[in-house]
Design a protein around this ligand. Sequence first.
Ligand code: ATP
Ligand code: MG
Length: 486
Amino acid sequence: MVDIKSITEELNKSVFRRLSEVADSVGVPCYVVGGYVRDIILGRKSKDIDILVVGSGIDVASRYASTLGKGASLAVFRNFGTAQVKYRGLEVEFVGARKESYSHDSRKPVVEDGTLEDDLNRRDFTINDIAVCLNSDRFGEVSDPFGGISDIEKGIIRTPLDPDTTFSDDPLRMMRAVRFASQLQFEIEGKTLAAISRNASRLKIISGERIIDELNKIMASPRPSVGLRLMERTGLLQLVLPELTALKGVESIDGRGHKDNFLHTLAVLDKVAEKSNNLWLRWGALLHDIGKAVVKRYDKRTGWTFHNHNFVGAKMVSSLFRRLKLPMGDEMKYVRKMVDLHMRPIALVEDEVTDSAVRRLLFDAGKDIDDLMLLCEADITSKNREKVERFLGNFALVRKKLVDIEEKDRIREFQPPVSGEEIMRIFGLPPSKPVGLIKDAIKEAILDGIIPNSYPEAYGYMLRSAAELGLKPVEAAQTETPSDNK
Ligand code: ATP
Ligand code: MG
């Protein structure tokens, strides 16, 4: 017998006592089901409680909301026969037990009222298929028809019914299987995994939004490579992110090979995930080398090259984000920047760590410089320890220089010391090309270390650059160097 003490303890919470009274008063069988029960057994935090009602979920939800009084908000989705009650940060979802039958070309089933058994039969995995009764005469009674508790203990993901039918009916479940494996660090049972491979192409009937939800949960999991490898093995990755599967494999000419850039990418991603929960930095790691498949060349003298893969990769980011329905605003720009700049710290080490190169890196990376350095350090996946130590040592040097120069020149959140408006006013210019040229000249002079990042120096430099363009200040008084009070 499995120890389900955790469930009994959980049911002592006032929300379940209240739900029990409501279920009795409406006179219908009521159960806690799904992810919530799974997470109690796993000792994991769960956001929302799923309640299954053999009867009308909406009726039970309304009654429950009215017993809570003013602070509760009730949302009813008549089309789906579901309802949701929010109360003090707790979300409870109510659904009536149903029986589902699917047609081939849609994941929208024909739905009829059903029994508890029907409802458990339509669920995705045994670990999500445990119901605990809330009615007072059977309070705490566990229904576990498919051995879900034992699968949770063994860490196994398996469909309750024939996996081919389960996945063909609703192909999103394939992504969910992989997501749970990655999130919970569980294993997908052999037959279930084989069925995912067989049904992978059915994923095309699933909307992009649903797929990306699951993919982001994989990306947010402790070791995202677990999920991505499973996606690759089953053929799902080829459908969702062909740019990544294109990085797979090692080609060899004249006995010279290159590293497998897919495996390298996964290693970098996991290393970043160890250090940071930032989803977008993880995306940056996943995509940092996608340009490599495009620019790969073999040269008889130098061997394999991937020139400009960072630039080409960065150019691929926005269309990839658009296709995957990822956010096109700051998140996309940040990921694009990570891909674009990921070779810069290395190049800096290889050439010479000059102040102006460090200043330019600080300027281009801005507030994201620490994330970029983290990505670049994770990018060193060589097996040669001596090489790794040398690189990390050099990066430590770069980091130190970054701190020194930032302290001195404040480049990280660079604001032009003389604004465009001021330039226009001083020289009596309309918005025009010379204004940009002067502003740019000042910025370049600061980045090259010709002048420090300060207002009086920038002001003087502005006068000199303007003079070269044949421009003079409109009022002589303004040529005096003002004090540094900006
Ligand atoms: P999480 O909330 O962490 O994403 P969950 O298991 O609670 O995980 P939900 O999407 O909240 O997932 O769904 C609640 C329950 O509904 C699941 O535990 C499962 O029993 C069932 N379920 C959800 N989606 C499907 C599906 N596509 N096919 C079959 N059953 C599903
Ligand atoms: Mg849930």
